[in-house]
Design a protein around this ligand. Sequence first.
Ligand code: MEZ
Length: 526
Amino acid sequence: MDIHKLQDIVHKTRDARRRQTIPKFSPADRDQLIKKFHPDFREAAYRPLKFGPNAGEMTVRELAALLEGESPIPADLDLTPQYSTDVLVVGGGGAGCAAALHAHSVGAKVILATKLRLGDSNTVMAQGGMQIAVTAEDSPVTHFLDTLKGGHMKNDHTLLKTMVEEGPSIAKWLLSLGVIFDRDGDGNLHVKKGGGSSKPRLITASDYTGLEIMRVLKDEVLNQKIQLLEFCAAVELLSDGNGSCTGVVLRDLDNKRTIVVAAKAVILATGGIGRLHIQGFPTSNHYGATGDGLAMAYRIGAKLIHIDTFQYHPSGAVYPEQLIGALVTEGIRSEGGHLVNAKGDRFVNELDTRDVVSSSIIRECEEGRGIRTMSGRVGVWLDTPLLDVEHGSGTLKKHFPAMVTQFERFGIDISKDPVLIYPTLHYQNGGVKIDNNGESETRNLFVAGEASGGLHGRNRLMGNSLLDLMVFGKRSGTTAAQRVGSMRQGKLTLEHLSRFQAEAKKHGGSSSVISPMVLPAYAKKE
Ligand code: MEZ
């Protein structure tokens, strides 16, 4: 049936739904729901890792193939360096820029290498805000407890304590650099409530928070004249043969040549893995989100954590086809948007944690209460026009200008028509295990942002990613820079790679994947 006809039920049931309150799930019901419907619990999608630091642990098949993949470089590569630096940052998103700026401010010589342009990253795509306890009614302790509950109590307490406590100083730093956050009528930072949070704590720049932060960070990286290597993808780490990281092999994508960089410390800020399209899910992620850092860190011997858990954001676009998987910010649900099934019913408290909301949407669709598009995709409605009904005409346009424009391009007015959504692969909850300064289990290899793991437990709360990458970008940059002051550059070898390959051989060889992928598999088909 025509999608426009199917929408009628949303308009017809709106008034009745406005009077309803949907309770959150009890912990027992929540666990039952998630086990039955969350993609993390589909056993057939998983397999154990055969070799490497996490051998024996389960992860999704796509990630297992990446971690056990074949290096793109020969073991006898000439390792004469073209560049030498104190700190090499790999990744030009929020974590990479924060790490580079802080390392530079401590006086280190810094190079920032990024496989696409500076700023091309998931950070620019972060819409709904950054959680920081800035109001008198809130506190880092409350932020800590909300996050722990959201993460199923599996969060690393030390990392989490550091993140929530350092939040307010990060807000000050960003403001001092010129980030324009939204303000309330009194001029204070305006805060919104996100799913799973007990207090309004999201500071925002409309619905393009990440873009606004990156605008300023990119500018600052350029102002500080930090040396950039753009369109240079990291493909292998280098070690001294004694367990320390000493540099990186880059692939210059423009000139198709290999570049060796000697670095006393390396900071991986390579982001997430949405473009692996785990279990066939579409993704909200940036084109470059292919998990390169995880693959390289794994080969050098750094342990990963929580690699069996991923975040499927409840609201990825299902229609129009051009937007499949694109993020429809949780901010719309924070401002009261209802989720509605084909019968016109709400079926979950829209501000429950993401794993609960996504599982509920999948349940509705699997049990026949979803809405099917003409191309055979299925989803549920997000009642966007309700925001204008509740808060006055023009609310959507004022609070979600980027979202309104995104749909307007395809002739859809989301203040009049609801949006069809389904969970989209959004975030890897785990990553490389780090200590409180962002250092991995391999000495002088630091990891910041989404590529690191432990902080978010088994389910990240909205807005905690932007804070994570600022806090641990800063800590890794500062620690690396302070350490390298008194260090000599170590030997450049690929001994770890030979060891990894020998181990692979004992287990039947590497997977058929060339790893890191650098760009998604479909990018290479032309
Ligand atoms: O932190 C996020 O993932 C986020 C803010 C997403 C969103 O819905 O806007």
